[in-house]
Ligand binder design. Structure first.
Ligand code: UDX
Length: 451
């Protein structure tokens, strides 16, 4: 019978714990942040994820999800420990392993006192060779045990998307097992075989292959986005072209596939940080990374795209009132980390603009994190649009898609729409407002003088 402890109850850890408990597995979830445990004990989640709060509370009331206040309690109750702590990227683009090293050491101390085999499964993103050179030695040193003999080790990267965490956990497109040895691999393979049907592909490989695969996957996704955004620039300068038309047709080639929506670029907790860490890794081992660096630069420039449009229209942005619709890095989440929106807002403030902001779920996080920025928060789209000189659509929330041209025209001082996510039908908008969209040959249909 599997009993699992999960260390680190962030997006991955909390979603994974809830999912495993929903499968009838006893889970002991631990996080060193007390406020997270307090919040969980009240049945309140600190992350916004589809169905997660309901599923979490169900798992707790079914007696399957145990909120552990002590790491020792969670490890001793379990036979498999998943490590899901974050591995952020430092200022110099290298990985910051302080949290995972500290978790590995604390777990090692406890394992040393246990007189039985235990399997460690790391989900945190780790650069190739980090498991073997850093994490396993940390556990061995603190425990006095030997990997392979006394405890097993698996690197098992997670590919779930924020906002779709439970969905992706229920139907993953693949499971990747990077195994220290056959014994560790066999245990986790059997574990996943019990959870998933035979259609789910399970790949068993070396630890290093699995570590590399996680980066390659996220870097490839960011490559696709920067590629389509580069082509979007071509469209903007080529009459009668439209990136949305190109992308829709392009995606139908199965060799190319989806994930080709042009916009103001990618953000979030994974793609930007993994790209930077991978560039630093690649350069450190002596490989040229011009292609990878270009992915990064295109993404940085993409955040400036709305500012360039504004300057084309107004030249000077001082005292211009700009409405930003969307703060989160993508819709259906309250996560604002590394959102392109933040770069746009900072730049507008530097230019002397007055910035009004609205987001259906991310406003609270934004105001907590960026309390020092002199922005005007609004609690509705309408309030945010009122008396503004332009609006930038920075996140493709469904509620923004429903807006009609007449609403912009009625509320704004000048109905200048900068559609950073290409959510509007150009033909519907062309007569009433000044419209610019990413990847659209945006000679505005109406100019400022005509409106
Ligand atoms: C990503 C990966 O998809 C996931 O597999 C990995 O485990 C973690 O990183 P996530 O960060 O949740 O997941 O976001 P995702 O939905 O992939 O979007 C990332 C960013 O790219 C968002 O800012 C989104 O707006 C942008 N994006 C995505 C595009 O600009 N165009 C696209 O076609 C897709």
């Amino acid at each position: 019978m599997y009993k699992v402890s999960i260390i680190g109850l962030g997006y991955v850890g909390l979603s994974l714990s809830t999912f495993l408990a929903s499968k009838g597995i006893h889970v002991w979830g631990y996080d060193k942040a007390r406020w997270k445990l307090e919040s969980l004990k009240k049945g309140k989640l600190y992350i916004s994820e589809e169905d997660l709060e309901t599923e979490f509370n169900r798992a707790v009331s079914n007696g399957l999800f145990h909120i552990s206040e002590k790491l020792e309690e969670s490890i001793t109750h379990s036979n498999i420990t998943f490590i899901c702590v974050d591995t952020p990227t430092k200022e110099d683009w290298r990985q910051d392993y302080s949290s995972i090293i500290s978790a590995a050491k604390s777990i090692g101390k406890i394992l040393g006192k246990l007189d039985r085999y235990h399997l460690i499964v790391v989900k945190s993103t780790l650069l190739p060779e980090s498991s073997r050179k850093i994490i396993i030695p940390a556990i061995e040193q603190e425990s006095g045990l030997l990997v392979g003999r006394d405890f097993g080790y698996i690197y098992n990267p997670e590919f779930l998307r924020e906002g779709k965490a439970l969905y992706d956990l229920r139907s993953p497109n693949r499971i990747v097992i990077g195994e220290y040895d056959n014994k560790s691999g066999d245990i986790i393979y059997a574990f996943y075989k019990e959870i998933y049907d035979e259609k789910t592909p399970i790949f068993r490989m070396t630890i290093e292959n699995a570590e590399l695969l996680k980066y390659v996957s996220n870097v490839f996704l960011s490559l696709k986005i920067s590629f389509i955004n580069l082509i979007a620039r071509v469209c903007e300068k080529t009459p009668n072209t439209d990136i949305n038309i190109i992308s829709e047709a392009l995606k139908t080639d199965p060799r190319i596939g989806p994930y080709l929506q042009a916009g103001i670029g990618f953000g979030g907790q994974c793609l930007p940080k993994d790209l930077k860490a991978f560039i630093s890794f690649v350069e450190e081992i002596g490989i040229k990374s011009a292609l990878l660096r270009e992915i990064y630069f295109i993404n940085e420039e993409q955040a400036i795209w709305p500012i360039n449009i504004l300057k084309q229209v107004y030249h000077d942005l001082k005292d211009k009132v700009i409405c930003i619709l969307g703060l989160t890095f993508k819709p259906n989440t309250n996560d604002i980390r590394n959102s392109q929106s933040i770069k746009i807002i900072s730049r507008l403030l530097d230019e002397g603009a007055v910035v009004k902001i609205y987001d259906p779920e991310g406003l609270e996080n934004f105001l907590r994190e960026y309390y020092y920025l002199p922005v005007i928060p609004c609690n509705s789209i309408e309030k945010c649009l009122e008396d503004t000189d332009a609006v930038i659509i920075a996140t493709d929330w469904d509620e923004f898609k429903l807006l009609e041209p007449k609403t912009f025209k009625k509320l704004m001082k000048t109905p200048l729409i900068i559609d950073g996510r290409r959510i509007y039908d150009v033909n519907k908008f062309k007569d009433d407002v000044i419209y610019f969209g990413v990847g659209y040959h945006s000679r505005p249909f109406k100019t400022l003088l005509e409106i």
